[in-house]
Design a protein around this ligand. Sequence first.
Ligand SMILES: NC(=O)c1ccc[n+]([C@@H]2O[C@H](COP(=O)([O-])OP(=O)(O)OC[C@H]3O[C@@H](n4cnc5c(N)ncnc54)[C@H](O)[C@@H]3O)[C@@H](O)[C@H]2O)c1
Length: 339
Amino acid sequence: MSRDTKIRVGIIGAGNIAGHHIPGYLQAADHAHVTAIADVDGERARQRAERLGDVQVFLDYREMVTSPLIDAVDICLPHHLHKDAIVAAAAAGKHILCEKPLCLTLEEADVVARAVAAAGVTLMCAHNQLFLPTVATARDMIRRGELGKVYAARTTDVFALDVTAETLGWRATRATSGGGELIDTGYHPNYLLLHLVDSVPVRVTALLTRHRLAFMEGEDTAHVLVEFADGTVGSIVTGWAYEPAGCTERFSAAGEDGSLWSDGRRLHFKPRRGEEVVVQDVGAVAPDTYALEVVDFIACLRERRRPLNTEVEGVNVLKLILAAYASAERGEVVELTNL
Ligand SMILES: NC(=O)c1ccc[n+]([C@@H]2O[C@H](COP(=O)([O-])OP(=O)(O)OC[C@H]3O[C@@H](n4cnc5c(N)ncnc54)[C@H](O)[C@@H]3O)[C@@H](O)[C@H]2O)c1
């Protein structure tokens, strides 16, 4: 790290999500600052830099990554560029916050895992929904056994995305997105399910549909069923095609002794033989999970603490999604050991 003790971060990709990460760096200003931004669109990088003061702009992220200006990178690139950026940053000894998905294939996952291990750097997956306070509470309740043996868990992320082929851009084609909605917004309910269920996934089946966004190469909606080693059945519903029914929860879990569910802000618990209670209510304004994630990334580096999700969990999420794609393509249930 730098001698001024502040962690110096270089953002790679100055698009939409970079704008959501920047408030996190401003909140962590006592311990970190963004010293560089790289984007092939120099004007966009300069616009992002305006809120940050003295920031050097690079058109080629490889130059930024090898420069002594930074200790860590924040990868906010289109999906097909994640692997190369991770490898370049790791090779330069820089710590990494990487937007989802970690990468696109098992071969890429292998390269990423080896690059991070060889460099001994910290990689944190930007799984922002794990920073919802209700998620942390629900996970603790499940692990404390408050639901008894868990039989079923469900995670969802569904909304009506108003886009055209032009505005969807690199997300509309498989070569640059890696699939369709499931490997994009759908990444969130996948990591959320793995975070909540206290077991390992073994088998996956999926139905992918293109209800409305006909110009997409991939699916605009996905229904995925996951069987875990302990018998828990997980289900994921995710999509960009429609507004979900009002009763659709963000996540839920049900077991022999009770159930819990949440819209992300309020967490409900209903013991099997008791009254429903609201266990947690974070209020009307949703917490800024992007800022919380960035602040935690900086804290992990300072405290030399393992992030909640590293490349290990990132690869596990990717495997679940690749299994869902394989299941839809083959029309069969896919064992995770048979990808
Ligand atoms: N966690 C979330 O909720 C969330 C939300 C949106 C996006 N994301 C993720 O963030 C990432 C970026 O998405 P976005 O919406 O910001 O995309 P975007 O298209 O708005 O931004 C991507 C940026 O990368 C730049 N870029 C492209 N190729 C480059 C290269 N070779 N070198 C440097 N810069 C390059 C583009 O010019 C653009 O500014 C994706 O991984 C996406 O899945 C996450």
